[in-house]
Write a protein that binds this ligand. Structure first.
Ligand code: AP5
Ligand code: MG
Length: 206
C-alpha cells in the first residue's frame, strides 16, 4: 500500500508513521527527516535546505521532488511505502502523480492552538529520532535508547508560527486536491495517540 500522511506541523504524522510502518512492514519516508540528516552531514542539499528549514519555510519543490523520486526507486519501496510530510504543495503532488500510484491519503486534523502547544513541548532523541512531549517525560533522556533529547531548531515559538502560516497557505490546498481525486480520508489527530492509531488503521482498511 502506498500511503501519504498529510497534516499540519505537529499533527502527529511522524509519531503515527512509525507505528503504521511497523504494522504494515513498509518504509517511512519523511522528507523532514531526510533533510535534517543531510543538514547534519553537511551535504550540498543539507546546506541549501538549512536556511529554509530554520526560517520555517518550505524547501524548494525541485529539491524535495528529486529526493522523493530517488527514494521511491529503491528496492524497499517495491512492497509499499508511507510518505510523511510529502507532498506539501500542489506542484509536489502533481510531480508525484507522474511517478507514483497512491492508494490513500490520510489527513490528520488538529487545531492550531493544540499544534502550538505540541510543537513547543516536543523533544526529539538525537540518537534514534524518538519523539516525546515534555509533559510526558521524566528526565531528559530517550526512553527507548537513553540518547540525549533536544528541541528542534524549528520548534522555537516564532518559527512555529511561520510553519503554521506556510501550512495553511501552501499545504492545506492539498486536502481539496486529494479529495477531488477520491483518495482523502480524514482522521481526528486531537484524540489520544492509541485512538488516533486505531482510527488510521480503520481509515486504511487494515
Ligand atoms: P517535517 O519534519 O516534516 O515537519 P512538519 O511537517 O512541520 O511536521 P512535524 O515533524 O513538526 O510534526 P509531526 O506531524 O510529525 O508531529 P509529531 O509526530 O512529531 O519538516 C520540517 C521542515 O522540513 C519543513 O518546515 C520544511 O522546511 C522542510 N520540508 C519537509 N518536507 C518538505 C516538503 N515536502 N517540501 C518542502 N519542504 C519540506 O508530533 C508532534 C508532538 O506532538 C510530539 O511532541 C508528540 O509527542 C506529540 N503528539 C503526537 N501525537 C499526539 C497525540 N495524539 N496526543 C498528544 N500529543 C501528541
Ligand atoms: Mg514529523
Amino acid at each position: 500500500m502506498n500511503v501519504i500522511f498529510l497534516g499540519p506541523p505537529g499533527a502527529g504524522k511522524g509519531t503515527q508513521a512509525v507505528r503504521v510502518c511497523e504494522r504494515l512492514g513498509i518504509p517511512q519516508i519523511s522528507t523532514g527527516d531526510i533533510l535534517r540528516r543531510a543538514m547534519k552531514e553537511g551535504t550540498p542539499t543539507g546546506l541549501a535546505a538549512k536556511r529554509y528549514i530554520d526560517a520555517g519555510a518550505l524547501v524548494p519543490d525541485e529539491v524535495v521532488i528529486d529526493i522523493v523520486r530517488e527514494r521511491l526507486a529503491m528496492d524497499d519501496c517495491k512492497g509499499g511505502y508511507l510518505l510523511d510530510g510529502f507532498p506539501r504543495t500542489v506542484q509536489q503532488a502533481e510531480a508525484l502523480a507522474g511517478f507514483a500510484d497512491i492508494d490513500a491519503v490520510i489527513d490528520i486534523e488538529v487545531s492550531d492552538e493544540k499544534l502550538t502547544e505540541r510543537l513547543s513541548g516536543r523533544r526529539v532523541c538525537l540518537a534514534c529520532g524518538g519523539t516525546y512531549h515534555v509533559s510526558r517525560l521524566n528526565g531528559n533522556v530517550c526512553e527507548k535508547c537513553g540518547g540525549e533529547l533536544i528541541q528542534r531548531n524549528d520548534d522555537k515559538p516564532e518559527t512555529v508560527l511561520s510553519r503554521l502560516k506556510v501550512y495553511h497557505e501552501q499545504t492545506a490546498p492539498l486536502i481539496e486536491w486529494y479529495s477531488a481525486r477520491g483518495l482523502l480520508r480524514t482522521v481526528d489527530g486531537a484524540q489520544p495517540m492509541d485512538d488516533c492509531f486505531a482510527a488510521i488503521l480503520k481509515a486504511l482498511g487494515v
